[in-house]
Design a protein. Structure first.
Length: 330
């Protein structure tokens, strides 16, 4: 039986551990972090990732737990439209609920180890998987690079009340944005960007109330109600482009492969697709051939989405003149 070590127990790592055939693979999952903060912000699950969850046996779970979004709009801060989106098929699901569902799908045969990996080159195993996020220690050690900050911070949170919008509303203005969507029938999901380090959640909320003070009333109401305990602050990190997802027995998946701006809402989606694609190839091929097949399948799509997300971030931050031009084109 072949052995595989998965470094990282987030979306990508859990999905891979759940998808690998325990009759073919002895799996060890290493995770150093405690249980993730249970703020409950939403992941957008696009159709390609919905199919990945179905492969994992979580299709019915997603249908029961998600909020379906079919329409959305991007507007300027003065509420003038930029882009109207119709007929999309996005499932919004709570990040903690998704992680719990993936965790429950992992077979009991998987060995779980809670520790920090100091040097990934010391790990044994026929395959070593970097599922350890944007600041991947595996990628840094084997590929020699890592994700870097882009000078923008993401602030996200939830409110314990229904959203004022049925679908998704995003506002661009002053080189920052603000988005609102349902998180569930009884919760509001919101997210924002800011162009300087806003500090911890309480300070970040104060900063957003200033930077977004001229945004439409729904934005101001969300920020007035937002609480630090239901807010997360993250610096946006983007991975360098890579020409290889595989080096020897080491392989990149998820944010370790293509950490991206959250502008397209595709980070978790690409992680799920990576994990299922890798497991599918390894479950039916020898390790070397399976890794090569995974790289052929996922290198270009993952890097392309990462690049598109960077372009979207630049458009968001380009300012009103570009936004008005987009509105005329859209």
């Amino acid at each position: 039986m072949n052995t595989i070590i998965i470094v990282g127990g987030g979306v990508a790592g859990l999905a891979l551990a759940a998808a690998l055939d325990p009759q073919r693979w002895r799996v060890t999952l290493i995770e150093q972090r405690p249980v993730p903060t249970d703020v409950g912000t939403a992941f957008g699950i696009w159709p390609v990732a919905q199919r990945a969850l179905a492969f994992l046996g979580l299709g019915d779970w997603l249908t029961a737990e998600c909020v379906r979004v079919t329409d959305g709009a991007i507007r300027q801060a003065d509420n003038k439209p930029i882009v109207q989106m119709r007929g999309v098929d996005m499932a919004l699901v709570s990040r903690p609920e998704l992680l719990r569902a993936l965790d429950a799908a992992v077979p009991a045969s998987v060995e779980r180890v809670k520790r920090r990996v100091e040097d990934p080159r010391d790990l044994s195993g026929d395959v070593v998987v970097a599922a350890d996020g944007a600041r991947s220690r595996v990628r840094a050690a084997i590929w020699g690079d890592t994700a870097t900050p882009v000078g923008t911070w993401a602030v996200r949170g939830v409110l314990p009340r229904p959203a004022e919008v049925i679908d998704m509303a995003e506002y661009w203005g002053g080189r920052v944005l603000f988005g609102i969507s349902p998180a569930s029938a009884h919760m509001t999901n919101w997210y924002a960007t800011i162009r300087h380090d806003p500090g911890p959640p309480e300070a970040a909320l104060d900063a957003l109330r200033q930077t977004h003070r001229d945004f439409p009333a729904p934005v101001r109401r969300v920020l007035a109600e937002a609480e630090a305990g239901r807010t997360l602050v993250n610096r946006i990190l983007i991975s360098p482009l890579t020409r290889r997802l595989v080096r020897g027995r080491h392989v990149l998946i998820g944010d370790a492969a293509h950490a991206m701006s959250p502008s397209l809402g595709r980070g978790a989606c690409e992680a799920l697709v990576d994990a299922v694609a890798l497991a599918h190839e390894l479950n039916r091929r020898d390790p070397e051939t399976g890794l090569r097949a995974y790289q052929r399948q996922r290198l270009i799509p993952g890097q392309a989405v990462r690049t598109a997300a960077s372009v979207a971030l630049r458009l968001q931050e380009a300012g009103p003149r570009v936004h008005r031009l987009l509105a005329t084109l859209g």
